[in-house]
Ligand binder design. Structure first.
Ligand code: AMP
Length: 390
């Protein structure tokens, strides 16, 4: 890795600030629904504690509107974290105020302090220099392990980091750079990407950069229909970006894009509704394309079996409705069964591998959906760029 790692730092008796991603889903009673992100941060936290650090943790949670909102408080995380670490976790409700300052200076070796939701202060999202300075004053050493926020220029990601001589990556970011970095540099070939989801426009930059690297790009999801319409095929009432038809034809000219050969179509994305299989080129009868068809699934599976590297982002259909989730589940299970390096970038694809109980058979599941796609466009993410080069 070309960036400094937590392993390269002297942590003994230092106040070590670790920017973590504790943006966990919570229910109405402020109970944590899924603690995956807290567990994912444990190796970095434990490493710091094992090396004599006084650990200060900070994260955002949800989207509070620049001021404290009870439902976005990180307080409930202290309890869960404390159970997982097997030691008490202190909490500073004022983020960078007098309480946080006195707690951080009183922190002993092996102790842990969690700051309240960084986004309760408007300075976080604005990357405000004075908020950045007050954050950095709490610590002696800076470590970032919040890959999911690395495409943002928030104070805790960039501004405060610049106040430290050495700025290092935690283990989560280290792993992201290792796997996603290889996709950009020298992926083992054949390298196949599978891209689905709603819109071409959201993903056009990543489509362009993937096309420069991959051997094939398999398309699924609603974006299929913008490509098909651009080629003059009937798509019924499928979702389509009519203002992106030229763009669709432009990227299709690469010759690397494969579109579905058949489709599951229905009048609406509803459970139990009548559906039909329609081959590309035939009339959709006014219905919507809601999943890739069986012939496409077979073809994609056969291609994926030949791959040495696979990157996947985005569902193959309206997978929230079980009837139209088959294509997405097929891709999830195929990735789990092939011997290639398999990398999943974010969101819905991660839910799909989890739902199919195959997450542990995927080489790398990125902790940042938006961040991983932006990384793959080849742009350096602000939160990564700021880390010290080795
Ligand atoms: P994205 O955030 O761009 O990855 O898009 C994910 C969304 O695309 C999911 O909510 C899916 O339900 C939706 N989607 C995928 N395929 C289709 C389709 N054929 N028709 C309508 N929505 C779709």
């Amino acid at each position: 890795m070309s960036k400094l790692s937590i392993r390269d730092l002297d942590l003994d008796n230092k106040r070590v600030f670790i920017r973590v991603d504790f943006n966990v889903p919570m229910n109405d009673r402020s109970e944590i629904d899924d603690d995956t992100r807290i567990r994912a941060a444990l190796p970095t936290i434990r490493y710091a504690l094992d090396h004599g650090a006084k650990v200060i943790l900070a994260s955002h949670l949800g989207r509070p509107k620049d001021k404290p909102e009870e439902k976005y408080s990180l307080k409930p995380v202290t309890k869960r974290l404390s159970e997982l670490l097997g030691k008490p976790v202190k909490f500073a409700a004022d983020i960078v105020g007098p309480e946080a300052q006195s707690q951080s200076s009183a922190l002993g070796k092996g102790e842990v302090l969690l700051l309240e939701n960084l986004r309760f202060d408007p300075g976080e999202k604005k990357g405000d220099p004075s908020f950045s300075k007050r954050l950095s004053d709490l610590a002696d050493v800076y470590v970032n392990d919040a890959f999911g926020t690395a495409h943002r220029e928030d104070a805790s990601m960039v501004g405060m980091a610049l106040n430290f001589k050495q700025r290092a990556a935690g283990f989560l970011i280290e792993k992201e750079l290792q796997f996603l970095g290889k996709l950009l540099k020298d992926p083992d070939r054949p390298y196949i990407a599978v891209l689905g989801g709603a819109k071409i426009s959201d993903k056009i930059e990543v489509i362009r950069s993937l096309l420069a690297k991959v051997d094939r790009l398999l398309i699924g999801g609603a974006m299929t229909y913008t490509f098909m319409k651009a080629q003059g095929q009937d798509i019924g009432s499928s979702l389509c970006e009519n203002d992106k038809l030229d763009l669709a034809n432009e990227v299709f000219a690469s010759g690397k894009i494969l579109l579905p050969k058949d489709h599951i179509v229905a009048a609406a994305p509803q459970e139990g509704i009548t559906s039909k299989i329609i081959p590309t080129g035939k009339s959709f009868g006014g219905w919507k394309g809601l999943d890739i068809g069986p012939r496409t699934q077979l073809e994609y599976v056969e291609i994926l079996k030949t791959a040495k590297t696979v990157f996947w982002n985005g569902p193959m259909g309206f997978f929230e409705v079980e009837d139209f989730a088959v294509g997405t589940s097929t891709i999830a299970c195929t990735l789990a069964s092939i011997s290639a390096t398999t990398i999943i970038g974010g969101g819905d694809s991660v839910s799909a591998v989890e739902k199919n109980n195959v997450a542990d058979k995927i080489t790398h599941i990125s902790t940042g959906g938006g961040a991983s796609l932006e990384f793959l466009t080849g742009k350096e993410l602000p939160g990564i760029a700021v880390l010290t080069d080795k």
